[in-house]
Design a protein around this ligand. Structure first.
Ligand code: PLP
Length: 381
């Protein structure tokens, strides 16, 4: 099957400052093999001790009472909607500036996505939510884009007033905090992805749902495993979306030995980029807020002549990326929703001006300086 490796990689496989760093990030695989060997020797392939431990570790990391591991971040969203009773005839408010999985999960659940524009910080404009609420609205699905928390106080107060569920798409945000609080404290669930490109990554697909609500957690544990209460008793009809035990072993290793450093390095690199790029008037940075702990799954700048700058950076061995050039309301798949160009001006603007720079844990201060110098060179500074 085809993967989506961009063409730049094929032409120039050895970009000096890469955005993806799969070889380096999994270079200690022999240590992980030892953990996997234990699983194989026990024949413990589905759920079991390693998954239990992973759920405990993840709950601790996210400050949650319950962590339910699932097959991937998209299932985490879909199963959350199902467990919350969101489906046919319901509307879910979310943003068009996101990865397709956010919106796809709503459609797959049978509900209708209703979009609200984002702000210049790429997160949902909390002040536009109320005007999108109808009698059919069942939930709000804010996306903590790039690892920056949305304005959860406001979103939660709207949800309470209008009796709406809150499903936080937290795919980018492991380790972040809002006003010094864990995000699980705002709303019903937070859903995470452990895709290889995420900050906490496994050797394939993996996902998590966290919640503080006991009854909801019970339902989610059932739904992700066919609704089975035990081997012979089916409580509700569900799915098969279990986190592979082998991936749980990888995630446990990563949480124990890697994640803190990954988060720390991403924050350090992003802060340095913020500082150095502030001197370049051609570059618009996201305004930082002291009360948000961001974890920089992505680091965005906004520039005119974005495509030319991207080409220039790639030519100079710096793998700048665009996440993403087409907002979801303008995708072919979204035609039935009847949105049109101009409906979400900030999303459409960001799709034209946004560029992501590498900030992962293998980027050092010298790399950052080189990226900044190359951007300055492009603008002839
Ligand atoms: C914002 C967002 N939500 C959901 C997902 C889905 O996660 P997964 O790829 O694990 O299904 C992603 C993955 O890239 C994402 O970026």
């Amino acid at each position: 099957m085809k993967n989506f490796l961009p063409s730049e990689y094929k032409k120039n496989e050895k970009l000096r400052i890469n955005h993806s760093y799969l070889v380096e990030q999994f270079s200690d695989y022999t240590k992980v093999f030892k953990e996997i060997e234990k699983v194989v020797k026990k024949g413990d392939y589905t759920l079991g001790k390693e998954v239990d431990l992973c759920e405990k570790n993840f709950a601790k990391r996210t400050g949650a009472k319950f962590a339910i591991s699932v097959g991937n971040g998209t299932d985490a969203l879909l199963l959350s909607l199902k467990a919350l009773g969101v489906g046919q005839g319901d509307e879910v408010i979310t943003v068009p500036y996101t990865f397709v999985a956010t919106v796809g999960s709503i459609v797959t659940a049978g509900a209708k996505p209703v979009f609200v524009d984002v702000k210049d910080d790429y997160n949902i404009d909390e002040n536009q939510i109320v005007s999108a609420i109808t009698k059919k609205t069942k939930a709000i699905m804010p996306v903590h884009w790039a690892g920056r928390p949305c304005e959860m106080d406001k979103i939660l107060s709207i949800a309470k007033k209008y009796n709406l569920k809150v499903v936080q798409d937290s795919a980018h945000i492991i380790g972040a905090k809002y006003k010094n609080n864990y995000l699980v404290n705002y709303g019903d669930v937070c859903t995470y992805s452990m895709h290889p490109l995420k900050n906490l990554n496994v050797w394939g697909d993996g996902g998590f749902i966290v919640t503080n609500k006991k009854e909801l957690a019970k339902k989610l544990y059932l739904i992700r495993n066919h609704g089975l209460k035990d081997r012979n008793n089916v409580e509700i009809f569900g799915y098969n979306s279990r986190l592979d035990t082998i991936q749980a072993a990888v995630a446990n290793y990563k949480m124990k030995f890697k994640l803190d450093n990954i988060t720390k390095k991403r924050i350090e690199n992003s802060k340095l980029l913020d500082k150095l790029l502030a001197k370049n008037e051609n570059v618009i940075l996201v305004k930082r807020e002291k009360y948000l702990k961001e974890v920089f799954h992505l680091y965005h700048i906004n520039v005119n002549k974005r495509d030319s700058l991207q080409k220039f950076l790639i030519k100079n061995d710096i793998d700048a990326k665009v996440h993403y050039p087409i907002p979801i309301h303008l995708q072919k798949a979204a035609k039935f929703l009847k949105y049109k160009k101009g409906d979400f001006p900030v999303s459409e603007k960001l799709a034209k001006t946004s560029l992501s720079l590498p900030v992962h844990e293998f980027i050092n201060k010298k790399h950052v300086a080189h990226v900044v110098n190359t951007i300055n060179k492009f603008y002839k500074l």
